[in-house]
Design a protein around this ligand. Structure first.
Ligand SMILES: [Zn+2]
Length: 359
């Protein structure tokens, strides 16, 4: 089971789909959702929707969303000697950029490259202690002139991604690679859709593969207004604690300890009590491992979707991953399985909007 799930996540992390260039993920997901949903459509923004009709027309409409995009970069200018200046798409972690392998996504053939790194031999003591400014960094794709770069189809506006295929550790449950955020969530969404196709529930479900999360939670905002669900579950990753560089109270959750039930994002999401209680009760009864968390730093599409759509009960069912927004995000497959199992069980339990009323 674990290996099948890992291979599916590996297939999706191998796709390069930075913010605004999500087509490879959208196309792959559309094909898989069309096989298990009644209807599939795409909006102008790029969001992909797939709908399953439930067995009870009076039951709530539930939206499940995972974002397709990944953090990356964009070429801003080309230097005469063939190096590329660039900006960030989303928020890659600055400290990991020098020396990083990247892929420049020119139309047609991609160009492999590296973000240049000044040799330790000639760094001043001051420089050695500092993170270089983005404006001083550059990408080297082996070109020798601006003309050569242009002939390879690369220009200002060309997107760039990290390179980082999914690697299995000696621990059979743990892997690391690029864009685990949020291809793990995309795969969870697909698995949930397939399970509910096999065993339909009362509620109707709208699956949304959302675009442009990493640059401001934008796609889901549009999608929530389009779907107008009663209930929203967001499948996403959350930076993990549990490493030696974090105090235990900074991010008091870890990989391998179950799905994350996030009930509050300080910049937005507020999960109302009946939904909190329902999902927790489902997890307890089914014996699905979970960690109950309040996020004081990060936000997800749950925040923008809840604010955009208004009258909506929303919750994040996520997973923790270490080394967020680097090319080596590490996670535990058992957490993804718990995320899938818990979401399916919670959806099956929701049969009426009245279950979720606060008064
Ligand atoms: Zn994410």
């Amino acid at each position: 089971m674990s290996q099948k799930l890992r291979d599916r996540i590996a297939r999706y992390t191998n796709l390069d789909a930075p913010v605004g260039f999500e087509e490879p993920v959208l196309k792959a997901a559309r094909e898989e959702l069309a096989a298990c949903c009644d209807r599939v459509e795409v909006d102008l923004r790029g969001n992909l929707y797939a709908f399953q009709t439930g067995t009870d027309e009076h039951a709530p409409l539930i939206m499940i969303t995972a974002h397709a995009d990944e953090i990356g970069f964009m070429v801003t200018s080309i230097l005469e000697n063939g190096f590329l200046r660039f900006t960030k798409l989303g928020y890659p972690t600055d400290t990991v950029l020098p020396g990083q392998r990247v892929r420049v996504l020119a139309d047609g053939d991609v160009a492999e490259g590296v973000i240049g790194v000044k040799p330790a031999h000639i760094l001043s003591a001051d420089e050695a202690r500092q993170v270089p400014a983005l404006s001083n960094l550059y990408i080297d794709i082996g070109a020798t002139s601006a003309e050569e770069v242009a002939s390879w189809g690369i220009e200002a506006g060309t997107p760039v991604t990290f390179v980082g295929e999914l690697i299995q550790t000696r621990n059979e449950h743990r892997c690391f690679g690029k864009c685990v955020d949020n291809r793990a969530g995309i795969v969870a969404l697909l698995e949930i859709a397939e399970q509910l196709h096999e065993n339909p529930c009362a509620a109707s479900v709208a699956y949304v593969v959302a675009v442009e999360e990493e640059i401001g939670l934008r796609g889901a905002e549009v999608a929530a207004q389009h779907v107008k669900p009663d209930v929203l579950f967001v499948l996403d990753t959350v930076p993990s604690g549990g490493t030696p560089d974090l105090r235990p109270d900074e991010l008091p959750w870890d990989i391998g300890k179950g799905a994350l039930l996030k009930v509050r994002e300080v910049k937005g999401l507020s999960t109302q009590r009946p939904l909190r209680d329902l999902v927790r009760q489902v997890a307890e009864e089914a014996g699905i491992p979970y960690q109950w968390i309040v996020d004081t730093a990060g936000i997800t599409d749950a925040t923008s979707a809840q604010q955009a759509s208004g009258d909506i009960a929303a919750m994040v069912i996520g997973i923790a991953r270490r080394y967020a927004h680097s090319a080596v995000e590490m996670f535990d497959l058992r957490d993804v399985q718990a995320q899938i199992d818990l979401t399916v069980a919670a959806i099956a339990r929701i049969t009426s909007v009245d279950q979720l009323r606060r008064l």
